[in-house]
Design a protein around this ligand. Sequence first.
Ligand SMILES: NC(=O)c1ccc[n+]([C@@H]2O[C@H](COP(=O)([O-])OP(=O)(O)OC[C@H]3O[C@@H](n4cnc5c(N)ncnc54)[C@H](O)[C@@H]3O)[C@@H](O)[C@H]2O)c1
Length: 423
Amino acid sequence: MKISVVGGGYVGLVTGTCFAELGHNVTIIEIDPEKVRAINNGKPPIYENGLEDLLKKNTARRLRASTGYKPVTDADIVFISVGTPPKPDGSANLAYIASASTSIGEALKNTSTYCVVVVKSTVPPGTTDKIVRPAVLLESGKTEKEIGFAMNPEFLREGRAVEDFLHPDRIVIGSSDSRAGNRVAEVYTDIRAPVLRTGLTAAEMIKYASNAFLATKISFSNEIGNICKRLGIDVYEVMQGVGPDPRIGPRFLNAGAGFGGSCFPKDVSALISLAESCGEDPQLLRSVIEVNEQQPQRMIQLLERHVPSLNGKKIAVLGLAFKDNTDDIRDSRAIPVIEALVKKGARVAAYDPMAIPSMRKLFPDIEYCVKVEDALTAAEGCLVMTEWPEFSQLDKEFDLMAQRVIIEGRRILCCDTTEGICW
Ligand SMILES: NC(=O)c1ccc[n+]([C@@H]2O[C@H](COP(=O)([O-])OP(=O)(O)OC[C@H]3O[C@@H](n4cnc5c(N)ncnc54)[C@H](O)[C@@H]3O)[C@@H](O)[C@H]2O)c1
């Protein structure tokens, strides 16, 4: 099939590259010319395990990127994967969705074949029907007989995105009619996974409900962890006994500094805002966010128990990415921790194997270290914020510190004399 993917970020680039790998002819439409240049040169503008090889292989064959919408004119199917960031009130900003829909409509004005427009971005229920559909139909001057609409939420995890995209747990296809849904299903023919066909709004809600549930699992584990710490119980031992119950499941039970990333915080906030707008009081979801916001502050409190005055003290922060295997720092738990340390006058020395360039844009004035040892030398305290596997080997490096005060926000270190936020 001829596929256009609008938005070449984490989701769009992985989606486009994997569709090309499956044998489709793909054009990624991206407004940022630098990303377009990089993609066409086979260099992913983001880090994702395995992506560079797939991109190199496919840019030479079935994949290209463009800043213009012309490729939409002969596409069989167009996926929208632009960002839906939070507005200050927590609701989803749908401006990029609206603008992409208008551009797609304009491009479809003079076409004569049936095309399906699919929303892959995470959007509040009603967006495909009430924002995307009218904009595309109005701009193109066409009817729903000529353009179909579908919603196909994406469940990939950053850091494992290619693997997740090619081997998903399920494929959800919401559509306004079966012809549109069938075409989306055809694109995925070579992927082995259960396919769930739904209406548009149910597909939109499935994504929010999934992310809210996972975020709830994390905040729940953190609350249990906080109680366990008070009682001197190892929460990881506890969760080992909790997870095997198939009604619960062993994943997402890791207590620690909380969840970050481009999805959980913004999607839970958008769901809260959505609930409030329809007259509901989402108490549980609000608590999920509250627990998550407290965890980084707890790390600072724990640090201050060992280093009572942080003013002028060197503090090492190990890990800036919101999780391992990615350079993404969006809503990373390292951000509130660094903010608090800077506010208290500490000298922050930060290390991360991938995410320093992104964090430097946010905090240009703290010290960034190319080696863990540089961050640790003469530090009065160390906070571990990301579960990078390389941190598990650290031990004697901590002897470089002025004192071994090591606070773990993630259970990753193997050495003794550390204190975990919940253990
Ligand atoms: N990142 C994830 O792990 C993940 C997982 C599942 C779902 N999602 C959802 O997918 C969507 C995209 O997320 P992302 O992380 O890829 O965002 P991103 O910010 O990395 O990428 C979005 C891209 O869209 C481009 N863009 C914006 N407006 C455009 C337009 N009019 N035309 C063409 N390009 C345009 C931007 O320049 C950017 O490169 C969001 O709704 C997100 O919630 C993300």
